[in-house]
Design a protein around this ligand. Structure first.
Ligand SMILES: Nc1nc2c(c(=O)[nH]1)N[C@H]1C(S)=C(S)[C@@H](COP(=O)(O)O)O[C@H]1N2
Ligand SMILES: [Mo]
Length: 375
């Protein structure tokens, strides 16, 4: 019986033999994947802790473009991983038909981790791609699922690398001699580079024309800047027309402020160049002008160590408020902006006033600001 099964297993795996498959090819692809996953994991953690910092963490407001760069890298490395992972799976999947499937307890555990790694990696790529396309065809929250799965995948990856290290080391610095295999590797690398390049355009303005895969054209939208959530989608079109608009600074202050749009325009105005860097990967640098947030808090008499909550006119929605900690709001570049590229903000960009601060994800650049709470 067992001999029969062994023969069946062998003939199954025999069916998948291709001269392009070899340990050396698999080791090469595995190394590239190790790099792309490490970049995605590190930049993903960076993005997570930027958006959900523990209470004590004061991340800096400089370099101005840091978040723009790391989040661009996150999306680019994720996309570059797709061809690599498909090629790697194609190279090693005859091993999945290995017989007997479990040789020992150790072998069973090893295979369980490989299963976790493959399933988790596919899950990360699929959810990530759907997210940057703004599609959410699933019942779970993207953020939590993508965040926690990252630990599982990276943990399983580390275990896999430890298990395979002897093999990888043997092959890493040896040339792939066979021309067919070399061509296969070049093709995979080129596919990976190509998808990375056509995505990079949404984050890097000089490559913009190549951004054929990007769901957001960096030029499209009112005032030449893309919009994720329009005024209509946020349900604020009515309130924006309200002449009774006031910007209120309240909470732990000496004097509460209540400023009309005209009052805001009469305060000292400053102009800065700062990017909007969306977590979904697109980014654009724009020119903003308006009132420094630190001037407002100074007028209200708030402490320099205060934490601020910026609140939108938007009634509900995940991004109607954001927290601004001292390094960010004390930075002279941080504005409550009234204009974008030389014109009053379009309603879709946050008229009457929006937050714009350096080294900060787009989701935390709150639009339609009506209140700043000091605590
Ligand atoms: N009140 C509010 N502000 C918001 C959002 C939102 O949904 N509500 N979306 C954020 C996101 S995800 C991004 S990327 C930026 C985009 O700014 P823009 O539309 O001016 O390009 O606004 C941010 N500010
Ligand atoms: Mo965003």
């Amino acid at each position: 019986m067992s001999r029969h099964l062994t023969r069946m297993g062998r003939s199954l795996s025999g069916r998948f033999t291709s001269p392009l498959r070899s340990e050396r090819v698999a080791a090469r692809l595995g190394t590239w994947l190790g790099i792309s996953f490490t970049v995605a994991f590190a930049t993903g953690l960076f993005s997570h802790f930027t958006q959900h910092p523990p209470a004590w963490l004061l991340w800096p407001s400089r370099p101005v473009n840091l978040y723009r760069v790391t989040q661009g890298l996150h999306v680019i490395s994720g996309i570059a991983t797709v061809p690599l992972l498909l090629a790697k799976l194609w190279t090693v999947y005859p091993k999945l038909w290995q017989w007997p499937p479990l040789r020992s307890a150790g072998h069973a555990v090893e295979r369980l981790f490989v299963l976790l790694l493959v399933a988790g990696a596919l899950f990360q790529l699929v959810t990530g791609l759907f997210n940057i396309a703004y599609l959410y065809p699933w019942p779970f929250g993207f953020l939590q699922a993508h965040y926690w799965t990252a630990y599982i995948v990276y943990g399983a990856l580390v275990i896999h690398v430890v298990n395979e290290w002897a093999k990888v080391r043997r092959h890493l610095f040896t040339r792939v001699e066979e021309p067919g295999r070399r061509r296969f590797l070049y093709t995979v690398a080129a596919a990976s580079g190509l998808v990375a390049l056509v995505t990079a355009g949404e984050a890097l303005t000089p490559l913009e024309r190549l951004a054929v895969l990007a769901p957001r054209d960096p030029d499209a939208g009112p005032q030449g800047v893309p919009v994720n959530r329009s005024a209509a989608a946020a349900g604020v079109t009515e309130v924006l027309r309200d002449p009774a608009y006031r910007l209120v600074v309240t909470g732990a202050v000496r004097t509460e402020l209540s400023l009309s749009y005209a009052d805001l325009q009469r305060l000292p105005q400053h102009t800065v160049r700062l990017p909007i860097a969306c977590v979904e990967g697109w980014s654009v640098e724009c020119e903003w002008s308006g009132v420094r947030l630190r001037d407002l808090i100074g007028r209200a008499g708030g402490s320099q160590e205060a934490y601020l909550t910026v609140e939108s006119l938007e009634r509900s929605g995940y991004y109607r408020t954001s927290e601004v900690r001292p390094p960010h709001w004390n930075d002279p570049l941080t504005l409550l902006a009234l204009t974008l590229n030389g014109r009053p903000l379009d309603p879709d960009h946050g008229y009457p006033a929006r937050l714009i601060a350096p080294n900060r994800p787009g989701v935390m650049q709150t639009k339609w600001v009506a209140r700043v709470r000091v605590s």
